[in-house]
Design a protein around this ligand. Sequence first.
Ligand code: G16
Length: 547
Amino acid sequence: MSINLRTVYAFAREMYPKITTEPIQYGTAGFRGKAEFLDSVMFRMGVLATLRSRFRGGSVIGVMITASHNPEPDNGVKLIDPKGEMLEPSWETIATDLVNVSDQDLEQQVAKIIKDNQIDVASSSHVYVGMDNRYHSPRLLKAVSDGVIALKGNVREFGIVTTPMMHYFVVSANTKEAYGKPTEEGYYKKLISAFEELRDGCLEKGNYRNYLVFDGANGVGARKMLQFIKRMNKSLDITVINQGIGSGKINEDCGADYVKVQQRPPKSMPSVEPFTRCVSVDGDADRVVYFFTDDSGQFHLLDGDRIATLVAGYLMDLIKSCEINLRLGLVQTAYANGASTDYIENELKVPVSCVPTGVKHLHHKALEYDVGIYFEANGHGTIVFSDYAKSVIAQAVTTNPKAKTLLLLIDLINETVGDAISDMLLVETILNHKGWDVKDWISTYNDLPNRQLKIKVKDRNVITTTDAERICVKPVGLQDEINMAVSNYKRGRAFVRPSGTEDVVRVYAEAATKEDTENLSYEVGLLVQRLAGGVGPELTKPNNAHL
Ligand code: G16
């Protein structure tokens, strides 16, 4: 096969010209921004995925077009490596250089990637592409496919799918179907059969009721949940809201990010019995949080930290009862509620580590354990089992029937990446086995009140951090001022970091009381505005602010 790199330039010039000279950054989970600026980025990512596939000996590389939790006008791209992981960090730099060169320099840049990485351009390559349901996603999907075609690669389009489904397809194809069939039906079948076998016909137990409300964030998760319901043998009774039909916009006033950050139910929440389990996922269904309202109408959140602790406690007990010895560990980020970390360390006695935001960091760290549980507080996470753990569990099944539950759980869990639907089915399985309702679940520990703010600044990159984003290094002096503010509050903790998916600086604060938390977040927000070049509107002063 002969490849003419001139074709790449010709496509770029004619169909996907670069229309901005603003530098484009590789963010927390790939490139993200306003959809109208992304055509050239997508075309080039098609080119990159093809080169990456050739570099990895023809393995399938995945490209998912989505801006996940961001608002509807945004879009983005997530790249999936052969084992279902996010793109390797050294290639993030290659990708960044590729999207930032001018159209005139594109051909030369592609030649450089080929040379630097000794890629055999005549070898075969396979790229899988999927997208969320934003109206601009089909246009961007075509741009990715054209990038693959420009280098004579093989492209397979999956249409509208969740991000975790794309990860599943990539791994299934690369493991020659050992992980499952790389089709939508294969995905449903793997998860539903494990879930229904784990229920074993027992739909209700103790305080556990077989009903929940599912907020699909007007995104892909809603559509796919409806497909799940069609295929499930009434093993779970689900009402789907925010289905993305009519005027509902993706992630607007609904979905996991809204519920977590605003600490309230989606605006369109129907009235339900107090203590009904409600679930919110984000636009591409890789995050999940639970919530409920009590009999006084008060809202309660069960976020990623709660899911992590529930799963860790359950797996620990199960592993013990199977009489096997596996090293279990939990990975969190700075956003983890201090009370959850205390509970994990002091009650569960499971080792816990803290890494920077982004599932790529959590996933990597979790691989150090036999059973690595990782969850961000925003509901993004999963569990990974090492090959050793899998072989020990498989061996245990021959002598201890309880180990069969562990084997089925491995099938239910999408180990490749956080998967909102798989995570939800896992939580439902655990609650059902324990006979727990949301009251039992939330009573395991008390969350510290916490608050997140988004602060607009001229350039968010003026903020740099260290120690898993818990310490701000620049602008110089900001951390000292944060420390001073924090020292005035009992159990106070706060940090700031630039977002990698939105053009904002994020502020997190927690303290012993709600009032203190509001005041602390306000104080730290003001510090960011003052010392990091704030451009946004004035922050709303909490009622009891002493500033
Ligand atoms: C992405 C990442 C998550 C991260 C989130 C927020 O989520 O996959 O790991 O927590 O961005 O990142 P930041 O605070 O840097 O904006 P998603 O669901 O948007 O893909």
